[in-house]
Design a protein. Sequence first.
Length: 176
Amino acid sequence: MTAPDGRETEPAASAAPDPTGLELASQIARAARGQKVFPRRRQRRPAEDDAWSGAGPSERDPQPVGALLDRVIAERGWRQDLAVAALLGHWADFVGQTNANHCRPVGFKDGRLLVQADSTAWASAIRLLAPQLVAKLNAALGDQTVSLVKVLGPQAKSWKKGRRSVPGRGPRDTYG
């Protein structure tokens, strides 16, 4: 390639795209001043995310799994549900081993704890313990976590199926 002053210049690298517009004009001007006609390389500025965190603790540092789980639990609002589930895993500590053998927690929703008993006699015994149980659970979980303990009786067999079923109220025995 010949410059306007008659000097020979080296052609641009073939890997670079053909210059157009302002880039072409700047290459011609550089050639006229006698400078090499190579496209400028742009300096890469480090982004804020690429910056080094330094010697002190940073949020970019590896985090312990427990801290990450605590953050996820708090963001999702699972803290109370997990605390209730963990405490109900120790059901026998709250109601005693004998009562725990005959009743079990089956659900917790909106501050109501549902307890399933083996028989109506055990259901009555747990109903008598319900106020103390609410106080123990609230002391362990925080105030007003459990507002009510609802005790369900045993599940009776269904006698409504078969050829010999009789209409009516059915048996009244508690099977226990």
